[in-house]
Design a protein around this ligand. Structure first.
Ligand code: ATP
Ligand code: MG
Length: 273
């Protein structure tokens, strides 16, 4: 236990039912063990960070939560109920929205069009129903503003926005369509310091709106800025699981950097010098 001034004890209330819970979950691709014995909890109003090196199994983990893959062993519970997700649509219907790193936007379409992609509201009576464009424009602007993004023109193609802004639009979209759980696969991976900060601010805004957030990242500093829980993956197994008051940033960074492996490397390099 540390007495870090940044602790958020009180936010973590373990007796509540988790929105999503993985218990001892494993996933194999043929003979390849992509995940083994991984457990995590996602709670409303909290951010669970999943950290790990390349190939550690982070994307595999979120694909199970997002309904793209099924687990081979262990238990997935959604709001306490044991579940097996058959498709991404099923996950979405259960309130789990996933933002992938490539974002799946249509770059040449306006921001508002991307905001409503696949869920366009229509007006009028069949067969004269048409897209309610004015409503979509207004809603997109209002929803982005609510997250603190004042976009001058929602008609501009989404491809003209910065990577950070696009991530923010995707987050605002998930909040607007009533997601309970927001899963983000490395939203800051391709971003500079300033844009990463902006994205993390909206990740925190989604948490403050009451969503449970899963944040995948390589970066312990980003994780520690916003995280309530930290799950560390290493070659498919869980090498650590901590609540915020159970670990310091230094220790998280050390574990991410490979801890003792890094010490060994340092010794080797020093000897070689
Ligand atoms: N469809 C697949 N078929 C076979 N093996 C796979 C498949 N997807 C992932 N793997 C393997 O499973 C392991 C975990 O991969 P995963 O993509 O989950 O890692 P990751 O932590 O997301 O890595 P990165 O940081 O590079 O995105 C890797 O060894 C990978 O090669
Ligand atoms: Mg990945």
């Amino acid at each position: 236990m540390t007495t870090d001034a940044n602790t958020t004890a009180g936010r973590a209330a373990p007796e509540r039912t988790a929105l999503v819970e993985l218990d001892d979950v494993s996933k194999y691709y043929g003979n390849i063990r992509a995940l083994e014995g991984v457990s995590l909890e996602v709670h409303a109003g909290e951010i669970t960070c999943v950290l790990g090196d390349n190939g550690a199994g982070k994307s595999t983990l979120i694909k199970i939560i997002a309904g793209r893959h099924q687990h081979d062993a262990g238990t997935l519970r959604i709001e306490g109920e044991e579940t097996r997700l058959g498709s991404p649509r099923e996950a979405l219907d259960r309130g789990i929205a996933t933002v992938y790193q490539d974002l799946a936007v249509v770059p040449l379409m306006p921001v508002w069009r991307n905001f409503f992609l696949g869920s366009e509201p229509r007006k009028g009576v069949a067969p004269f129903r048409r897209l309610d464009v004015e409503h979509m424009r207004r809603t997109t602007h209002a929803e982005l503003l609510r997250m603190g993004i004042d976009l001058r023109d929602v008609d501009q193609p989404i491809g003209t926005l910065s990577g950070g802004e696009r991530q923010c639009v995707a987050i605002a979209r998930a909040v607007h369509f009533g997601a309970k759980v927001l899963v983000l696969d490395e939203p800051t991976a391709a971003l500079g310091v300033k844009q990463s900060g902006v994205v993390l601010k909206y990740v925190a805004a989604a948490r403050d709106a009451g969503l449970g957030v899963v944040l995948i990242t390589h970066n312990p500093h980003h994780a520690y800025l916003v995280g309530d829980r930290f799950v560390l993956l290493k070659r498919g197994t869980m090498s650590g699981s901590h609540t915020r008051d159970g670990i310091t940033l230094d220790e998280l960074t050390r574990q991410m950097a490979g801890g003792s492996e890094l010490d060994d490397l340092r010794h080797e390099l020093e000897r070689g010098a």
